[in-house]
Write a protein of this length. Structure first.
Length: 398
């Protein structure tokens, strides 16, 4: 008979368990306390009781990619834009438990009052895309633009999926944040401020929005690679570019290929292909509709019974939509499984653990952004929140 042996608490093991911070990523805070057991039949009842006891002092936000076992306890579900708005809209809640990833929790901390405390149930819930740009690399790219005399005409726009430090850099340098539901409005605003955009860190969202929604061409876009000297671009290439796209991407959405679209269309005649704008351009141009997670949900809700949909985004959301809409045929765009590993770090044991600690008066896994970073990041976030028409989800047809 085999017995289970607790792994040694090496830095790697602790990091994988969410108890250690990695200074090279956008995560940065040690996780105190003991981990909960991995399975406990009482957990659902315990979470319910903790929520009832904490009442209005607690506000739980849940991103659409969260597991069912977690999303059932969210007071509000949404895409990253809606959750940022909602975090700012509840000044009376003492504790904001963010069931999402680290950059979202940071934004919530920036947008809430100093008395409110934001909690991320597992500190290992980061984002591999956000990690593809660090502040040093971004500052270096700006220096290069300055040396070439191009920074003054360049407006930095950072996707929500970036560290608070990068949002802060963006605010300090006249730019704004965007999310997948308002990248079009954000870029329109940016081109009113300058002639060129430095778009961080998702090249695909930047390219798809610029080319498919704003009429720019692929030739207007260049890719800045932080691992190459001078970003791998000449002064002339930077000067000619309208969109300087950071070389970052989402590994979950990067999974979809043009062939997966062809394959599903062949397999299910008449199917509509609906994808998130983090997919590659070659996939986006083959899709029927593109939009944020909130847009994807609204599109399916409004779809005719009997209609057929292949959805290219994270699997938790696609699976949930398929279960909620049995009158429509909903399939995952790819045949292979595609969860976001870091979103999935937030599970019921971690959520329960953070709530039980709150019940005992202990705030665990608090996400705090320092005042200086927070000030300029808020400038960039507020610019986004003030953009006209940001509440309408983005769409592009084929
Ligand atoms: P949304 O802005 O659609 O919520 O997407 C966030 C995200 O991380 C998608 O990968
Ligand atoms: Fe980051 Fe991609 Fe996960 Fe979204 S799906 S949180 S972009 S790794």
């Amino acid at each position: 008979m085999s017995t289970f042996t607790e792994p040694d608490p090496t830095p790697l093991a602790l990091m994988l368990l969410g108890q250690q911070a990695d200074p090279n990523t956008e995560r940065g805070i040690e996780c105190p306390g003991d981990l909960p057991p991995i399975s406990d039949p009482e957990l659902v009842a315990e979470v319910r009781a903790a929520k009832a006891e904490l009442g209005d002092r607690l506000f739980v936000l849940g991103h659409h990619y969260q597991r069912d076992e977690v999303i059932q306890f969210a007071d509000v579900t949404g895409d990253s834009f809606k959750l940022a708005q909602q975090a700012a809209a509840r000044p009376e809640a003492e504790f904001i438990v963010f069931c999402g990833v680290h950059f979202m929790a940071e934004s919530a901390d920036i947008l809430t009052t100093p008395d409110q405390q934001v909690i991320l149930p597992d500190l290992a819930a980061g984002c591999s895309m956000a990690d593809m740009a660090n502040i040093k690399q971004v500052e270096d790219s700006w220096k290069i633009l300055q040396q070439h005399g191009l920074a003054a005409g360049t407006v930095p726009i950072t996707y929500m999926n970036s560290s608070a430090a990068i949002k802060s850099f963006t605010g300090r340098n006249g730019g704004a944040v965007c999310t997948s539901s308002n990248a079009h409005q954000s870029l329109t605003w940016a081109f009113e401020q300058g002639e060129r955009v430095l778009f961080l860190p998702d090249q695909h969202l930047g390219r798809n929005t610029a080319v498919l929604e704003m009429g720019l061409t692929l030739d207007d876009c260049v890719v800045y690679d932080p691992h190459k000297p001078e970003g791998g671009l000449t002064q002339q290439e930077l000067a000619n570019a309208k969109m300087v796209l950071w070389r970052g991407h989402c590994s979950v959405h990067g999974h979809f290929t043009p062939e997966t679209v062809d394959e599903v269309r062949e397999r299910v005649p008449g199917i509509n292909v609906l994808v998130h704008p983090e997919v590659r351009y070659e996939v986006a141009i083959k899709a029927d509709l593109i939009g944020s997670t909130e847009y994807i949900i609204k599109t399916i809700e409004a779809a005719e019974p009997g209609s057929k949909w292949a959805i290219g985004t994270e699997l938790n959301l696609v699976r949930r939509l398929a279960l909620q809409h049995p009158d429509k045929e909903i399939v995952f765009l790819d045949r292979s499984v595609c969860f976001c590993a870091t979103m999935n770090r937030i599970d019921l044991p971690h959520l329960n653990w953070s709530l039980q600690e709150l019940r005992r008066g202990n705030v665990v896994n608090r996400i705090v952004v320092d005042d200086e970073t927070s000030h300029w990041a808020k400038v960039a976030l507020d610019r986004m929140l003030a953009l006209p028409g940001v509440n309408s989800a983005n769409v592009s047809g084929d």
